[in-house]
Design a protein around this ligand. Structure first.
Ligand SMILES: Cc1cc2nc3c(=O)[nH]c(=O)nc-3n(C[C@H](O)[C@H](O)[C@H](O)COP(=O)(O)O)c2cc1C
Length: 363
């Protein structure tokens, strides 16, 4: 029962007991030796907090503003593909969870529900659309167009895939997405004349995108464009120069290039490069409210959650995903109170320092 979960690892335990080995490996696994997947979690633990006392703050609130809109906490639901593998209502249930909590849901291109269905399932919720660019620019345009027409506020362009990473759990289990799992908006973007299978979809995407193409996509989107999958200051600078309204510091949860630097280590250089010209979001390994406090203190505007909300959905449907968000927000609220501050906006670099001597990388 989600009410009994003490932390997000309880959701993970329950989800992993419930899922078959194939989907369990797909949702919980990473690429190669899973060094980056593990270090994403451990690198947050490589920062130490600097609380201040007697600040007179009686009440701390997690409420924040992200891309001009309100959220209960700067904790967003990241894009995760094929959610019907986790729950029969899939992305519709995840959208209800995000709306009930009061945050943005980011819908994957590889979703098992269309943007309009997701909008109808949670009409009061905030939604962004994650875009994978296809070789056929008309398909990319159609995907964006459907989402924007359905009230999605921003396009999140993922640039660290394709190709897919070397996920050995999938190879070992012989796991492929079952044929009955459809990605209906991709099929519709191809004109609805045929069903695009999951296996095909990565092959139909372009690997040839350049920074020069970004401006075109941004102007076609007609809504803010956020670039997801960057971990270097050089790329953060290029994204801003080419019109991005935000970047997501991300290595895809360690599912793409193993031994990419953990996001918690990349964040300071990204914040410095962006220099307030765009929003800075981050994901990867965020499992605790103190991880979120650290990210915000280092200059992130918000964090995205990948696996934990997926585990919540798999373990207990929409109520489980919502419970994961509530656990993280409650932990963040307590962290703010113990740091002596009233609101996420009051967090700054004075509240953190790196801890090189006590750094723990779990093996
Ligand atoms: C099973 C799974 C599927 C994912 N699918 C997508 C996707 O379709 N598009 C995308 O941009 N990122 C995708 N991601 C990456 C997440 O958006 C996010 O970057 C990552 O999971 C964050 O790390 P965390 O899981 O440690 O929180 C996926 C991640 C997982 C675990």
């Amino acid at each position: 029962m989600p009410e009994g979960w003490v932390n997000v690892y309880d959701a993970q335990d329950q989800a992993e007991r419930r899922l078959e080995p194939g989907p369990r490996g797909y949702f919980s696994g990473g690429a190669g030796d899973e060094v980056t997947m593990r270090e994403n979690v451990a690198a947050w633990q490589g920062w130490r907090l600097r609380p201040r006392q007697l600040t007179g703050v009686e009440v701390s609130s997690t409420a924040a503003t992200v891309l001009g809109g309100p959220v209960t906490a700067p904790v967003l639901v990241g894009p995760v593909a094929y959610q019907r593998l986790l729950d029969p209502a899939g992305e519709l249930a995840m959208a209800r969870a995000a709306a009930a909590f009061g945050t943005v849901m980011c819908l994957s291109t590889l979703a098992t529900a269309r943007p309009s269905e997701v909008a109808a399932a949670a009409p009061g919720g905030r939604r962004w659309f994650q875009l994978y660019p296809f070789s056929d620019a008309g398909v990319t345009r159609a995907l964006m167009g459907e989402a924007v027409a359905a009230g999605f506020e921003a396009v999140v362009l993922t640039v660290d895939a394709p190709p897919g990473g070397n996920r050995e759990a999938d190879v070992r289990e012989g796991f492929t997405i079952p044929a009955e799992i459809e990605i209906p908006s991709v099929s519709a973007a191809f004109g609805g004349s045929r069903t695009v299978t999951v296996g095909e979809s990565f092959d139909l995407m372009t690997r040839a995108l350049t920074w020069e193409d970004l401006g075109g996509i941004a102007s076609e989107a007609g809504v803010p464009l956020i670039v997801k999958g960057l971990v270097t200051a050089e790329d953060a600078t290029l994204a801003v120069e080419h019109g991005a309204a935000g970047v997501v510091v991300s290595n895809h949860g360690g599912r793409q290039l193993d031994r990419t630097i953990p996001t918690a280590e990349a964040l300071p250089e990204m914040v410095e490069a962006v220099a307030g010209r765009a929003a800075v979001l981050i994901d990867g390994g965020i499992r605790r409210g103190v991880d979120i406090a650290t990210a915000l203190a280092l200059g992130a505007d918000a964090v995205l959650i990948g696996r934990p909300t997926a585990w919540g959905l798999a373990a207990a449907g929409a109520a489980g995903a919502e419970r994961v968000l509530r656990i993280l927000a409650a932990e963040l609220e307590l962290a703010l109170a113990l740091l002596g501050i009233a609101s996420p906006a009051d967090l700054g670099t004075e509240h953190v320092r790196s801890a090189p001597l006590t750094r723990v990388y779990s093996g």
